[in-house]
Design a protein around this ligand. Structure first.
Ligand code: GTP
Ligand code: MG
Length: 546
């Protein structure tokens, strides 16, 4: 994730192709020092939320005079950043230096007055600009989706070596600065809706949007924190105790369902740009799912999901303590997606979250480990890092500077091959994966793949995976390892289209599904049908609280 210093004022190209190339060159040369941020998770969250609070989303005509547009906005205060993007029409994200500018802009914004329709009385920071200027031009829109696999393969063919290829994958697929800003702004707009009802509520991003493994186009996971409501406990000032007269329900789950139901209703009725709102309240982890059309984001809103936020911070730490972790994870996630090991619909296959945990476990298991275990991070924790959530110990160090780099210096290509070797011979029938201790343990039950939840330790995060999907994974890592080793032992064939990583990202016959859409392997078809039954509109809820 590009979380470095923000380009101010011009804001036009926060992440240019030239910038990408420069960063990549640097990454290949100084293998260990860049592409990771040294900022603590909480600081990043705070900064991003501030930025989002000072930002507005503006629907624009496809042709606009950018200079005059900015001049118009700057009447309300200094613009810190802006960019245009296309999602069901051209939109601009504009960040002001001060929040007062937003108040000023909104107070000068009129309510639409269409004779045939009636507006619902909810004003938000999503506004519309109509231009009366004549000299209009198409504005340059920043992309909000990643390159296609074919474009990626083409880019890989021009790389210097496999390590360079892994960095290309990272650069092409990771969230851009603009995409990160759009995500925080959507969260901030949802927060405006939620706090209109529940002023103490806060909305947080979790999952891959913030855990440093987010790919362009990944969903936006949000959770509504209502804990502060519970903290409002009036102290007895005299012999009288005052208590709010509140409705009471039988459990926290019922309370969550009621709150989410109301918020879902508000998003559907009043949330500008929000469509396809589904309240999935009977799921194990109740959620509201919707599509923010103007941001082009699929969003899942849950309530009181603090462990997931803590998990996101843990993954963020792992992603930022060693510069090899993110290119490795992005490469393997891309490989897994191409071969249908992971999927965008839920079912019996391995999720991105499980795959990432498997990669982290492998990195902890090297003879000389690449990353520490969760227990080691817990040992580094200070007083303020202590966190017990729902009786689970979620304590670990938050300050990245307290985590000293480990001694392992293996190059990325070696790690890739070794990952495939490791899982190609892993005894899944006996062992479970545990990133808390960083050692295999006996499996507590007969699930084909058992990955212990790092915080809720009696749970298996890959309970959904069936035997057939695990076997496909093992087969594909064995095949991948063989292909990569063959590549590594041969001199680089310049001019050959698919070499290095491209040779494992190019779907092979054994995938059945991707190479030839006509030939759908029977096992996979069975799994797809099974999973469609399982998912039944509950894409994540089957795996969420495991
Ligand atoms: P994407 O596929 O890019 O969306 O990755 P993701 O990490 O965001 O995964 P997803 O949207 O499925 O889930 C969001 C977050 O919820 C994850 O990052 C985890 O923190 C948490 N999560 C997902 N699945 C599970 C699970 O099975 N068990 C537990 N405990 N947490 C989960
Ligand atoms: Mg997600």
């Amino acid at each position: 994730m590009k979380l470095g210093p923000v380009v101010r004022a011009s804001g036009r190209a926060l992440s240019t192709a030239a910038g990408r190339q420069q960063r990549r060159a640097l990454a290949a040369e100084t293998a260990d020092q860049d592409q990771v941020t040294r900022k603590n998770f909480a600081d990043v969250q705070r900064e991003r939320k501030e930025q989002a609070k000072n930002s507005v989303l503006i629907s624009c005509p496809s042709k606009i005079n950018e200079k005059k547009f900015l001049k118009h906005l700057s009447r309300h205060g200094e613009v810190a950043n802006h960019f245009f993007f296309d999602s069901h029409g051209v939109h601009a994200l504009v960040e002001f230096v001060n929040t007062e500018s937003i108040i000023s802009l909104l107070s000068a914004t009129k309510v639409p007055d269409n004779e045939d329709t009636c507006v619902l009385p909810f004003k938000s920071r999503f506004i519309k600009v109509k231009s009366q200027e004549l000299d209009l031009h198409h504005v340059k829109c920043t992309p909000q989706t990643s390159v296609s696999i074919n474009q990626l393969l083409k880019k890989l063919s021009g790389a210097k070596n496999i390590v360079d290829q892994a960095h290309i994958i990272l650069d092409e697929l990771q969230l851009t600065e603009e995409s990160i800003r759009v995500r925080y702004l959507v969260s901030s707009l949802v927060s405006d809706i939620a706090t209109a009802y529940f002023p103490e509520a806060t909305v947080h991003l979790y999952g891959s949007s913030v855990n440093s493994f987010g790919k362009m186009g990944c969903d936006l996971d949000l959770f509504l924190n209502l804990d502060s409501l519970k903290d409002v406990s009036g102290k007895p000032a005299s012999s009288f105790v005052t208590e709010y007269w509140m409705r009471q329900v039988s459990s926290g789950r019922v309370a969550q369902q009621k709150v989410l139901s109301v918020i879902g209703e508000c998003i559907e009725s009043f949330g500008p740009g929000c469509t396809e709102v589904h309240k999935i309240l009977s799921a194990r982890c109740p959620l509201v799912r919707f599509y923010h059309q103007s941001a082009g984001l699929h969003c899942d809103l849950t309530a009181d999901n603090e462990i997931a936020l803590r998990t996101s911070e843990l993954l963020y730490i792992f992603g930022n303590i060693d510069s090899r972790v993110r290119p490795l994870v992005f490469t393997l996630r891309c490989w897994a997606r191409v071969h249908g090991i992971t999927s965008s619909v839920s079912g019996h296959w391995i999720t991105n979250f499980s795959l990432t945990t498997m990669i982290l476990f492998f990195l902890q298991k090297r003879n000389s480990p690449v990353i520490p275990t969760l227990d080691q991070l817990k040992n580094l924790a200070g007083k303020n890092d202590k966190r017990i959530i729902e009786d689970n110990d979620c304590t670990f160090v938050s300050d990245l500077s307290k985590i000293k780099p480990l001694e392992n210096t293996e190059p990325l290509d070696t790690l890739l091959i070794e990952f495939m070797e490791f899982y190609g011979t892993f005894d899944f029938s006996k062992n479970c994966i545990d990133i808390r201790k960083g050692v295999e343990k006996n499996k507590p039950d007969s699930s084909p793949l058992y990955i212990q939840n790092p915080f809720e330790q009696s749970l298996n995060i890959s309970k959904n995976v069936n035997k057939c999907q695990l076997e496909r994974f093992v087969h594909l890592v064995q095949e991948g390892s063989w292909t990569l080793q063959k590549q590594a032992s041969q001199p680089l064939e310049k001019g050959k289209e698919h070499w290095g990583l491209a040779s494992i990202l190019f779907p092979t016959d054994s995938d059945g599904l991707f190479r030839s859409k006509k030939r759908l392997d029977a096992n996979r078809l069975g799994s797809i049908l099974d999973s469609l039954k399982v998912s039944n509109n509950n894409r994540k809820t089957t795996t969420q609280k495991q």
